[in-house]
Design a protein. Structure first.
Length: 82
């Protein structure tokens, strides 16, 4: 919830109201939908943002994104035809 508040209200990265947990798909749910469409999940990774001063880089926003094992909020997935 804190990350959503920051992204929508503080940093204005996305418009307010963009995030709706009722519409959020977990990687597992997305994998089921993809399989029904003839796709196979190849790889999933979490995406984590670190603020500057906490191990972050020097991106325009002051921090950096990196891949992690935490797919609970931000994630990317690779699919291929089954």
């Amino acid at each position: 919830a804190l990350a959503i508040l920051a992204a929508e209200r503080v940093l204005a990265w996305v418009p307010p109201g963009t995030h709706d947990f009722g519409k959020f798909l977990t990687p597992e749910e997305l994998g089921v939908l993809a399989a029904r469409s003839g796709l196979e999940m190849r790889e999933a990774a979490g995406m984590t943002y670190t603020l500057r001063g906490l191990g972050g880089g020097s991106a325009a926003t002051g921090g950096r994104w990196y891949l992690s094992d935490d797919t609970s909020v931000n994630y990317i997935i690779s699919f291929s035809k089954a």
